[in-house]
Ligand binder design. Structure first.
Ligand code: DQA
Length: 147
């Protein structure tokens, strides 16, 4: 299957960005280990990062046109602001898992609200890069059950 991974704003700065919240791994490190995991499970794993809301919306529309089976998304700050990204996921009906590196419940109150969690298959937060690996494992299982 094809599982697209979408990363929102400032995640290109992983590694140097607030390591106490986000860890020391770069986004390239995460992509490399996730791609290896996807290869082992027999999935294609297009992987993107954008700082622009309209680009992420475009990538969701593109995923729909390409028949992508599942999305793993860390919407980053757009988690707490973007009705438009939520609507793109609702419009395309591509099942998705929401991932956050940090425990958003242990931080500022504004991070407790997500525009995605109630429409996600599941949400993983606070486990760092491991959260992406767990999301891929779960996506693999959900897709296998769907067959
Ligand atoms: C984040 C949490 C968000 O609140 C924050 O704006 C991010 C990253 C995370 O992965 O922990 O940019 O999504």
């Amino acid at each position: 299957a094809t599982i697209t991974v979408l990363n929102g704003p400032n995640l290109n700065l992983l590694g140097l960005r607030e390591p106490s919240h986000y860890g020391n791994k770069t986004l390239a490190d995460i992509q490399a280990s996730l791609t290896e995991q996807a290869d082992g499970l027999g999935h294609r794993l297009p992987f993107y990062q954008s700082n622009a809301e309209h680009e992420l919306i475009g990538l969701i529309h593109q995923a729909y046109r390409d028949g992508v089976d599942f999305i793993i998304i860390n919407p980053a700050a757009f988690t707490h602001t973007s009705v438009a990204l939520r609507d793109a996921l609702l419009a395309t009906q591509i099942p998705f898992i929401e991932v956050h590196l940090s425990n958003v419940y242990a931080r500022e109150p504004f991070r407790k609200h997500s525009y995605f969690s109630d429409i996600a298959k599941g949400v993983i937060c606070g486990l760092g890069a491991t959260g992406y690996a767990l999301a891929l494992q779960a996506a693999h299982q959900l897709l296998a059950e769907r067959q």
